[in-house]
Design a binder for this molecule. Structure first.
Ligand code: UT7
Length: 380
Protein backbone atom coordinates (compact mmCIF):
# COMPACT_ATOMS: atom_id res chain seq x y z
CA UNK A 1 0.00 0.00 0.00
CA UNK A 2 1.25 3.48 -0.88
CA UNK A 3 1.24 6.36 1.61
CA UNK A 4 2.29 10.01 1.24
CA UNK A 5 4.89 10.96 3.87
CA UNK A 6 5.63 14.57 4.76
CA UNK A 7 9.33 14.89 3.92
CA UNK A 8 9.80 18.66 3.71
CA UNK A 9 8.45 21.75 5.45
CA UNK A 10 9.19 25.47 5.25
CA UNK A 11 7.55 28.78 6.09
CA UNK A 12 7.82 32.32 4.77
CA UNK A 13 6.60 35.06 7.09
CA UNK A 14 6.77 38.65 5.90
CA UNK A 15 9.02 40.62 8.29
CA UNK A 16 6.74 43.63 9.01
CA UNK A 17 4.84 43.31 12.30
CA UNK A 18 1.49 45.04 12.99
CA UNK A 19 0.80 45.16 16.73
CA UNK A 20 -2.51 45.61 18.53
CA UNK A 21 -1.28 49.06 19.54
CA UNK A 22 -0.65 49.88 15.86
CA UNK A 23 -4.28 48.97 15.12
CA UNK A 24 -5.53 51.18 17.92
CA UNK A 25 -3.89 54.22 16.27
CA UNK A 26 -6.63 54.25 13.60
CA UNK A 27 -9.36 51.93 14.98
CA UNK A 28 -11.61 52.18 18.04
CA UNK A 29 -9.99 49.14 19.66
CA UNK A 30 -7.49 48.24 22.37
CA UNK A 31 -4.73 45.72 22.99
CA UNK A 32 -6.77 44.51 25.97
CA UNK A 33 -9.92 43.81 23.87
CA UNK A 34 -8.02 42.01 21.10
CA UNK A 35 -5.91 39.96 23.52
CA UNK A 36 -8.76 38.82 25.75
CA UNK A 37 -11.24 38.10 22.91
CA UNK A 38 -8.83 36.44 20.47
CA UNK A 39 -5.42 35.73 22.04
CA UNK A 40 -3.76 37.80 19.29
CA UNK A 41 -0.94 40.27 20.02
CA UNK A 42 0.47 40.88 16.53
CA UNK A 43 0.27 39.81 12.88
CA UNK A 44 2.40 40.22 9.73
CA UNK A 45 1.78 42.49 6.74
CA UNK A 46 3.40 41.53 3.45
CA UNK A 47 5.25 43.89 1.13
CA UNK A 48 5.48 41.24 -1.62
CA UNK A 49 2.98 39.27 -3.68
CA UNK A 50 1.46 35.98 -2.55
CA UNK A 51 3.37 34.15 -5.30
CA UNK A 52 6.67 35.44 -3.93
CA UNK A 53 5.88 34.24 -0.41
CA UNK A 54 4.75 30.90 -1.84
CA UNK A 55 7.93 30.50 -3.86
CA UNK A 56 10.21 31.14 -0.86
CA UNK A 57 8.23 28.73 1.34
CA UNK A 58 8.24 26.07 -1.41
CA UNK A 59 12.02 26.43 -1.92
CA UNK A 60 12.57 25.98 1.83
CA UNK A 61 10.31 22.93 1.95
CA UNK A 62 11.98 21.36 -1.09
CA UNK A 63 15.47 21.91 0.35
CA UNK A 64 14.27 20.36 3.60
CA UNK A 65 13.12 17.28 1.65
CA UNK A 66 16.32 17.18 -0.39
CA UNK A 67 14.21 17.34 -3.56
CA UNK A 68 15.17 19.36 -6.61
CA UNK A 69 12.30 21.46 -8.06
CA UNK A 70 12.71 19.60 -11.35
CA UNK A 71 11.65 16.38 -9.59
CA UNK A 72 8.32 17.69 -8.24
CA UNK A 73 5.25 16.29 -9.99
CA UNK A 74 2.47 18.44 -8.48
CA UNK A 75 2.12 21.92 -6.96
CA UNK A 76 -1.04 22.73 -5.01
CA UNK A 77 -1.58 26.42 -4.18
CA UNK A 78 -4.05 26.46 -1.29
CA UNK A 79 -5.43 29.97 -0.80
CA UNK A 80 -8.21 32.47 -1.31
CA UNK A 81 -5.67 35.19 -2.26
CA UNK A 82 -4.45 35.21 -5.83
CA UNK A 83 -2.15 37.76 -7.43
CA UNK A 84 -4.20 37.15 -10.55
CA UNK A 85 -7.19 34.89 -11.22
CA UNK A 86 -6.13 33.75 -14.69
CA UNK A 87 -3.63 32.19 -15.14
CA UNK A 88 -3.70 30.36 -11.83
CA UNK A 89 -1.19 31.04 -9.06
CA UNK A 90 0.28 27.53 -8.87
CA UNK A 91 1.59 27.97 -12.42
CA UNK A 92 3.34 31.17 -11.24
CA UNK A 93 5.04 29.20 -8.47
CA UNK A 94 5.95 26.45 -10.95
CA UNK A 95 7.62 29.05 -13.20
CA UNK A 96 9.47 30.73 -10.30
CA UNK A 97 10.74 27.38 -8.98
CA UNK A 98 11.64 26.00 -12.40
CA UNK A 99 9.58 22.92 -11.51
CA UNK A 100 8.92 22.20 -15.17
CA UNK A 101 7.61 18.64 -14.67
CA UNK A 102 4.98 19.66 -12.11
CA UNK A 103 1.23 19.82 -12.64
CA UNK A 104 -0.07 23.00 -11.02
CA UNK A 105 -3.44 23.65 -9.43
CA UNK A 106 -5.08 26.20 -7.16
CA UNK A 107 -7.48 25.10 -4.46
CA UNK A 108 -9.72 27.51 -2.56
CA UNK A 109 -11.70 26.41 0.49
CA UNK A 110 -10.68 29.60 2.38
CA UNK A 111 -8.92 28.90 5.71
CA UNK A 112 -9.00 25.12 5.13
CA UNK A 113 -7.34 25.36 1.68
CA UNK A 114 -4.00 23.93 2.80
CA UNK A 115 -5.62 20.93 4.48
CA UNK A 116 -8.01 20.25 1.59
CA UNK A 117 -4.96 20.55 -0.67
CA UNK A 118 -3.09 18.06 1.51
CA UNK A 119 -6.00 15.64 1.10
CA UNK A 120 -6.13 16.11 -2.68
CA UNK A 121 -2.38 15.69 -3.13
CA UNK A 122 -2.19 12.72 -0.74
CA UNK A 123 -4.96 11.05 -2.74
CA UNK A 124 -3.00 11.57 -5.96
CA UNK A 125 0.19 10.16 -4.45
CA UNK A 126 -1.67 7.17 -3.02
CA UNK A 127 -3.40 6.47 -6.37
CA UNK A 128 -0.04 6.57 -8.17
CA UNK A 129 -0.95 9.62 -10.28
CA UNK A 130 2.11 11.46 -8.91
CA UNK A 131 5.03 10.49 -6.67
CA UNK A 132 5.70 13.85 -5.06
CA UNK A 133 3.89 17.12 -4.41
CA UNK A 134 4.38 20.55 -2.84
CA UNK A 135 1.32 21.78 -0.96
CA UNK A 136 1.30 25.48 -0.17
CA UNK A 137 -0.90 27.36 2.29
CA UNK A 138 -0.56 31.06 1.54
CA UNK A 139 -2.61 34.16 2.20
CA UNK A 140 -2.17 37.82 1.29
CA UNK A 141 -5.20 39.33 3.01
CA UNK A 142 -3.97 42.83 3.82
CA UNK A 143 -4.71 44.41 0.40
CA UNK A 144 -8.36 43.37 0.44
CA UNK A 145 -8.99 43.78 4.16
CA UNK A 146 -11.64 46.34 5.06
CA UNK A 147 -9.25 48.03 7.47
CA UNK A 148 -11.84 50.39 8.93
CA UNK A 149 -14.07 47.50 10.08
CA UNK A 150 -12.78 46.63 13.56
CA UNK A 151 -14.92 43.46 13.64
CA UNK A 152 -12.57 41.79 11.15
CA UNK A 153 -9.47 43.87 10.54
CA UNK A 154 -7.89 43.01 13.91
CA UNK A 155 -8.15 39.27 13.23
CA UNK A 156 -6.12 38.56 10.09
CA UNK A 157 -2.52 38.57 8.89
CA UNK A 158 -0.42 37.57 5.87
CA UNK A 159 1.89 34.55 5.66
CA UNK A 160 2.79 31.28 3.98
CA UNK A 161 4.17 27.78 4.52
CA UNK A 162 4.52 24.66 2.42
CA UNK A 163 5.09 20.95 2.85
CA UNK A 164 6.49 18.31 0.49
CA UNK A 165 4.92 14.87 0.37
CA UNK A 166 6.45 11.79 -1.25
CA UNK A 167 5.28 8.26 -1.91
CA UNK A 168 6.32 5.67 0.67
CA UNK A 169 5.29 2.17 1.74
CA UNK A 170 5.49 3.21 5.41
CA UNK A 171 2.18 4.16 7.10
CA UNK A 172 3.01 7.89 7.29
CA UNK A 173 1.46 11.20 6.27
CA UNK A 174 -2.32 11.61 6.30
CA UNK A 175 -3.82 8.50 7.94
CA UNK A 176 -7.37 9.81 7.67
CA UNK A 177 -9.46 12.94 7.44
CA UNK A 178 -13.00 14.19 7.83
CA UNK A 179 -14.02 16.92 5.38
CA UNK A 180 -17.26 18.88 5.34
CA UNK A 181 -19.06 22.11 4.56
CA UNK A 182 -21.99 23.90 6.25
CA UNK A 183 -23.18 25.74 3.17
CA UNK A 184 -26.27 26.96 5.03
CA UNK A 185 -23.90 29.33 6.89
CA UNK A 186 -21.95 30.56 3.86
CA UNK A 187 -23.41 34.06 4.30
CA UNK A 188 -21.59 34.46 7.66
CA UNK A 189 -18.22 35.17 6.01
CA UNK A 190 -18.21 36.84 2.62
CA UNK A 191 -15.73 39.27 1.06
CA UNK A 192 -17.44 41.51 -1.45
CA UNK A 193 -15.37 42.88 -4.27
CA UNK A 194 -12.41 40.47 -4.07
CA UNK A 195 -11.32 39.07 -7.41
CA UNK A 196 -13.38 41.49 -9.40
CA UNK A 197 -12.04 44.43 -7.45
CA UNK A 198 -8.58 43.45 -6.25
CA UNK A 199 -6.32 41.29 -8.32
CA UNK A 200 -3.34 41.32 -10.61
CA UNK A 201 0.03 41.93 -9.03
CA UNK A 202 -1.10 44.27 -6.31
CA UNK A 203 -3.23 46.55 -8.43
CA UNK A 204 -6.20 47.73 -6.42
CA UNK A 205 -9.27 48.31 -8.57
CA UNK A 206 -11.83 49.20 -5.93
CA UNK A 207 -13.19 48.77 -2.47
CA UNK A 208 -13.77 45.50 -0.62
CA UNK A 209 -16.29 44.93 2.12
CA UNK A 210 -16.58 42.04 4.54
CA UNK A 211 -19.82 40.47 5.71
CA UNK A 212 -18.75 38.82 8.96
CA UNK A 213 -20.90 37.32 11.70
CA UNK A 214 -18.19 36.43 14.20
CA UNK A 215 -20.41 34.91 16.88
CA UNK A 216 -22.26 32.64 14.43
CA UNK A 217 -18.97 31.50 12.86
CA UNK A 218 -17.55 30.90 16.34
CA UNK A 219 -20.39 28.57 17.36
CA UNK A 220 -20.50 26.68 14.06
CA UNK A 221 -16.71 26.34 13.91
CA UNK A 222 -16.41 24.89 17.41
CA UNK A 223 -19.20 22.38 16.80
CA UNK A 224 -17.90 21.33 13.35
CA UNK A 225 -14.28 20.89 14.47
CA UNK A 226 -15.28 18.83 17.52
CA UNK A 227 -17.41 16.56 15.30
CA UNK A 228 -14.71 16.27 12.64
CA UNK A 229 -11.99 15.50 15.22
CA UNK A 230 -14.10 12.79 16.87
CA UNK A 231 -14.91 11.35 13.47
CA UNK A 232 -11.33 11.11 12.20
CA UNK A 233 -10.08 9.65 15.48
CA UNK A 234 -12.83 7.00 15.36
CA UNK A 235 -12.12 6.21 11.67
CA UNK A 236 -8.43 5.68 12.46
CA UNK A 237 -9.05 3.79 15.70
CA UNK A 238 -7.07 6.35 17.73
CA UNK A 239 -7.99 7.48 21.26
CA UNK A 240 -7.65 11.21 22.14
CA UNK A 241 -4.89 10.40 24.67
CA UNK A 242 -2.82 8.81 21.88
CA UNK A 243 -2.60 12.14 20.00
CA UNK A 244 0.85 13.66 20.55
CA UNK A 245 0.22 17.15 19.18
CA UNK A 246 -2.70 19.25 17.96
CA UNK A 247 -1.96 21.78 15.22
CA UNK A 248 -5.29 23.58 14.80
CA UNK A 249 -6.43 26.44 12.62
CA UNK A 250 -5.66 29.58 14.63
CA UNK A 251 -8.64 31.94 14.28
CA UNK A 252 -9.18 32.54 17.99
CA UNK A 253 -7.57 31.13 21.14
CA UNK A 254 -11.02 30.62 22.70
CA UNK A 255 -12.14 28.51 19.71
CA UNK A 256 -9.01 26.36 20.01
CA UNK A 257 -9.50 25.86 23.76
CA UNK A 258 -13.14 24.83 23.27
CA UNK A 259 -12.34 22.34 20.50
CA UNK A 260 -9.31 20.74 22.10
CA UNK A 261 -10.64 20.37 25.64
CA UNK A 262 -13.97 18.97 24.41
CA UNK A 263 -12.06 16.50 22.23
CA UNK A 264 -10.41 15.26 25.42
CA UNK A 265 -6.90 16.57 24.80
CA UNK A 266 -4.99 18.85 27.23
CA UNK A 267 -3.94 22.33 26.05
CA UNK A 268 -0.27 21.45 26.71
CA UNK A 269 -0.45 19.31 23.57
CA UNK A 270 -1.52 22.23 21.35
CA UNK A 271 0.80 24.25 19.09
CA UNK A 272 -0.21 27.92 19.33
CA UNK A 273 0.87 30.70 16.97
CA UNK A 274 -2.28 32.86 17.14
CA UNK A 275 -0.59 35.34 19.48
CA UNK A 276 2.22 36.05 17.00
CA UNK A 277 0.57 35.81 13.57
CA UNK A 278 -3.20 36.16 14.07
CA UNK A 279 -5.35 34.30 11.55
CA UNK A 280 -3.41 33.76 8.31
CA UNK A 281 -6.27 31.71 6.86
CA UNK A 282 -4.81 28.89 4.71
CA UNK A 283 -1.26 29.61 5.92
CA UNK A 284 -2.08 29.13 9.58
CA UNK A 285 -1.84 25.34 9.93
CA UNK A 286 1.32 24.81 7.82
CA UNK A 287 3.11 27.71 9.57
CA UNK A 288 2.20 26.25 12.98
CA UNK A 289 3.30 22.79 11.83
CA UNK A 290 6.64 24.09 10.52
CA UNK A 291 7.29 25.97 13.77
CA UNK A 292 6.27 22.93 15.85
CA UNK A 293 8.92 20.84 14.08
CA UNK A 294 11.54 23.58 14.53
CA UNK A 295 10.72 23.80 18.26
CA UNK A 296 11.13 20.04 18.72
CA UNK A 297 7.43 19.49 19.45
CA UNK A 298 7.13 17.00 16.57
CA UNK A 299 9.03 13.79 17.28
CA UNK A 300 9.70 10.78 15.04
CA UNK A 301 6.38 8.94 14.65
CA UNK A 302 4.27 11.69 16.28
CA UNK A 303 0.50 11.47 15.80
CA UNK A 304 -0.77 14.94 14.89
CA UNK A 305 -4.40 16.09 14.82
CA UNK A 306 -5.20 19.13 12.64
CA UNK A 307 -8.75 20.53 12.93
CA UNK A 308 -9.75 23.60 10.90
CA UNK A 309 -12.62 25.67 9.52
CA UNK A 310 -13.05 28.49 7.05
CA UNK A 311 -15.49 30.49 4.93
CA UNK A 312 -18.06 28.31 3.24
CA UNK A 313 -18.23 27.23 6.05
CA UNK A 314 -15.77 24.49 5.19
CA UNK A 315 -14.34 22.38 7.97
CA UNK A 316 -12.06 19.38 8.40
CA UNK A 317 -9.83 17.38 10.73
CA UNK A 318 -6.76 15.45 9.61
CA UNK A 319 -4.76 12.83 11.46
CA UNK A 320 -1.12 12.69 10.38
CA UNK A 321 1.65 10.25 11.33
CA UNK A 322 5.04 11.99 11.18
CA UNK A 323 7.99 10.07 9.73
CA UNK A 324 11.39 9.30 11.23
CA UNK A 325 13.08 12.55 10.27
CA UNK A 326 12.47 15.82 12.14
CA UNK A 327 15.43 17.77 10.78
CA UNK A 328 15.87 19.28 7.29
CA UNK A 329 18.13 17.48 4.80
CA UNK A 330 19.35 20.90 3.64
CA UNK A 331 18.48 24.56 4.07
CA UNK A 332 17.47 26.94 1.27
CA UNK A 333 18.94 30.42 1.10
CA UNK A 334 15.75 31.79 -0.48
CA UNK A 335 14.53 34.88 1.33
CA UNK A 336 12.31 37.90 0.76
CA UNK A 337 13.77 41.32 0.00
CA UNK A 338 13.68 43.69 3.00
CA UNK A 339 10.48 45.67 3.45
CA UNK A 340 10.80 49.36 2.50
CA UNK A 341 8.01 50.33 4.92
CA UNK A 342 6.68 49.44 8.35
CA UNK A 343 3.50 47.34 8.60
CA UNK A 344 1.53 50.36 9.81
CA UNK A 345 2.76 52.52 6.91
CA UNK A 346 1.69 49.79 4.51
CA UNK A 347 -1.77 49.49 6.05
CA UNK A 348 -2.17 53.26 5.83
CA UNK A 349 -1.22 53.13 2.14
CA UNK A 350 -3.77 50.38 1.51
CA UNK A 351 -6.51 52.39 3.28
CA UNK A 352 -5.61 55.49 1.26
CA UNK A 353 -5.51 53.41 -1.94
CA UNK A 354 -9.01 52.08 -1.35
CA UNK A 355 -10.48 55.54 -0.90
CA UNK A 356 -8.54 56.68 -3.95
CA UNK A 357 -9.61 53.66 -6.00
CA UNK A 358 -13.27 54.31 -5.29
CA UNK A 359 -12.96 57.93 -6.34
CA UNK A 360 -10.93 57.01 -9.42
CA UNK A 361 -13.33 54.29 -10.61
CA UNK A 362 -16.12 56.89 -10.48
CA UNK A 363 -14.01 59.22 -12.59
CA UNK A 364 -12.85 56.45 -14.97
CA UNK A 365 -9.21 56.86 -13.93
CA UNK A 366 -6.46 54.26 -13.52
CA UNK A 367 -6.42 51.94 -10.48
CA UNK A 368 -3.86 52.32 -7.71
CA UNK A 369 -0.74 50.16 -7.67
CA UNK A 370 0.08 48.80 -4.23
CA UNK A 371 3.08 46.67 -5.05
CA UNK A 372 6.01 48.13 -6.93
CA UNK A 373 7.64 46.06 -9.65
CA UNK A 374 8.40 42.49 -8.54
CA UNK A 375 11.10 42.99 -5.98
CA UNK A 376 12.62 39.60 -6.57
CA UNK A 377 13.46 36.73 -4.28
CA UNK A 378 17.04 36.41 -3.18
CA UNK A 379 18.73 32.99 -3.32
CA UNK A 380 17.48 29.57 -4.38
O1 UT7 B 1 -11.02 31.67 10.17
C1 UT7 B 1 -12.31 32.14 9.89
C2 UT7 B 1 -12.51 33.55 10.36
N1 UT7 B 1 -12.45 33.70 11.82
C3 UT7 B 1 -13.55 33.81 12.53
O2 UT7 B 1 -14.59 33.71 11.98
C4 UT7 B 1 -13.51 34.08 14.01
C5 UT7 B 1 -14.77 33.64 14.73
N2 UT7 B 1 -15.28 34.59 15.71
C6 UT7 B 1 -14.56 35.11 16.71
O3 UT7 B 1 -13.40 34.82 16.85
C7 UT7 B 1 -15.22 36.06 17.69
O4 UT7 B 1 -16.62 36.00 17.52
C8 UT7 B 1 -14.73 37.53 17.51
C9 UT7 B 1 -13.29 37.65 18.00
C10 UT7 B 1 -14.83 37.95 16.07
C11 UT7 B 1 -15.58 38.49 18.34
O5 UT7 B 1 -15.56 38.09 19.72
P1 UT7 B 1 -16.90 38.08 20.56
O6 UT7 B 1 -16.54 37.74 21.94
O7 UT7 B 1 -17.85 37.17 19.83
O8 UT7 B 1 -17.34 39.60 20.50
P2 UT7 B 1 -18.70 40.20 19.95
O9 UT7 B 1 -18.79 40.06 18.49
O10 UT7 B 1 -19.81 39.66 20.79
O11 UT7 B 1 -18.50 41.74 20.31
C12 UT7 B 1 -18.51 42.19 21.65
C13 UT7 B 1 -18.35 43.71 21.66
C14 UT7 B 1 -19.31 44.43 20.74
O12 UT7 B 1 -19.70 45.61 21.38
P3 UT7 B 1 -21.14 45.73 22.10
O13 UT7 B 1 -22.14 45.48 21.02
O14 UT7 B 1 -21.13 44.66 23.15
O15 UT7 B 1 -21.14 47.12 22.64
C15 UT7 B 1 -18.46 44.79 19.54
O16 UT7 B 1 -18.89 45.94 18.87
O17 UT7 B 1 -17.03 44.06 21.22
C16 UT7 B 1 -17.13 45.03 20.17
N3 UT7 B 1 -16.00 44.86 19.27
C17 UT7 B 1 -14.80 45.42 19.49
N4 UT7 B 1 -14.34 46.22 20.46
C18 UT7 B 1 -13.06 46.62 20.40
C19 UT7 B 1 -15.93 44.11 18.15
N5 UT7 B 1 -14.70 44.18 17.61
C20 UT7 B 1 -13.97 44.99 18.42
C21 UT7 B 1 -12.64 45.44 18.42
N6 UT7 B 1 -12.23 46.24 19.42
N7 UT7 B 1 -11.75 45.09 17.45
Amino acid sequence: MTYAAITGWGACLPPSVLSNDDLSTFLDTTDEWITTRTGMKERRISHVSATEMATVAARRALACAGLDPSEVELIVYGSCSNDEQVPNSASGVQAALGATRAAAMDLNTACTSFLYGLSAATGMVRSGAVKSAVIIGVELISPYMDWDNRNVSVLFGDGCAAVVIQATDQPEGVLGEQLGCIAGARHTLRVRGIGGAYANHGVLFGDTQWDFDGQEIFKRAVHAMIQASASVLAKCGVRPEEVDLVVPHQANLRIIEAVVTRTGIPMEKVMLTVQRYGNMSAATVPVALTEAVAEGRVRPGSLILMPAFGAGLTYCAHLVRWGARVTPLSVSEATLPPSPTTALERVMAIRAGKVGAMARSGAGLQPARLFSAQEGIVGR
